[in-house]
Write a protein that binds this ligand. Structure first.
Ligand SMILES: [Zn+2]
Length: 251
């Protein structure tokens, strides 16, 4: 049985805490796994604890650009001491929304590069936040010898998508693709072996998702939409996604 894997979700977020027993049960019943990404030191610790409760949780730890003002040392130490336990490093990346000046952006870059060098050192895949910073990220990535690199919630132009493909990156699409034509067009331009699916919960999605907090259990709807766009059956698409996930995770 092939697992369907959520390539990017924040299950260590407070929002999910009280429902976690039900979430884990639903994941087991529905053959779902999740790359559980973190934001900072406390959420990285929470992610590691969650991974201790279920093998369906694939722990990713790191510093999100929103939290890059914090000292990266504690997370770096956590990565080093848990290098055999973690599946990857994330959520990491760049986003000017969270800084007020160039010095803030430079700090984000330093933290991002510190995380990438740990990914290189421990040969771990990375989950990258690239909102409006794709070009900067494209200029940084070649300085590191990385395995799987995921540009999560890909929202670039067709040209940027082409660059991502040329650089060997994976890109992921989420619940918004079910109702957004723009996302569907981008999806159709993506190389089939570089596609991953995600929910990015606890983000809330509109339209058919009714502004509810995204759950791992939204994923089959996203896969159904993806299979239609790929012109494949649901099972065939599941098989392809399974292979892509293993290639991304390096397993
Ligand atoms: Zn995220």
């Amino acid at each position: 049985m092939t697992f369907l894997t959520d390539a990017h979700i924040h299950l260590s977020d407070e929002e999910f805490r009280s429902d976690m027993p039900y979430i884990l049960t639903a994941m087991a019943k529905m053959n779902l796994r999740a790359c559980c990404v973190s934001m900072d030191y406390p959420s990285s610790c929470a992610t590691l604890a969650l991974a201790g409760r279920s093998s369906l949780i694939l722990p990713f730890i790191g510093i999100h650009p929103e939290k890059a003002e914090n000292d990266p040392e504690s997370v770096a130490t956590l990565i080093t001491s848990n290098s055999s336990k973690i599946s990857g490093i994330g959520e990491i990346g760049l986003d000017r929304t969270y800084v007020s000046d160039e010095e803030g952006f430079r700090r984000q870059k330093r933290v991002f590069e510190a995380m990438l060098s740990l990914a290189e050192k421990f040969r771990k895949p990375v989950s990258i936040h690239s909102r409006k910073t794709l070009d900067e990220i494209f200029s940084i990535l070649p300085s590191f010898r990385l395995g799987g690199s995921l540009l999560h919630w890909f929202a670039g132009s067709k040209k940027q998508l082409k660059t991502a493909m040329d650089m060997g990156c994976f890109v992921s699409y989420g619940p918004a693709m079910v109702y957004s034509q723009d996302k569907q067009v981008l999806f159709s331009e993506t190389l089939e072996d570089r596609i991953l699916l995600e929910t990015d919960g606890p983000v809330k999605f509109s339209r058919c998702f009714g502004h509810k907090t995204a759950q791992v259990t939204f994923l089959p709807s996203v896969l159904f939409c993806a299979s239609e766009l790929m012109g494949k059956s649901y099972e065939e698409a599941l098989e392809i996604l399974g292979k892509n996930t293993n290639a991304y995770l390096g397993v």
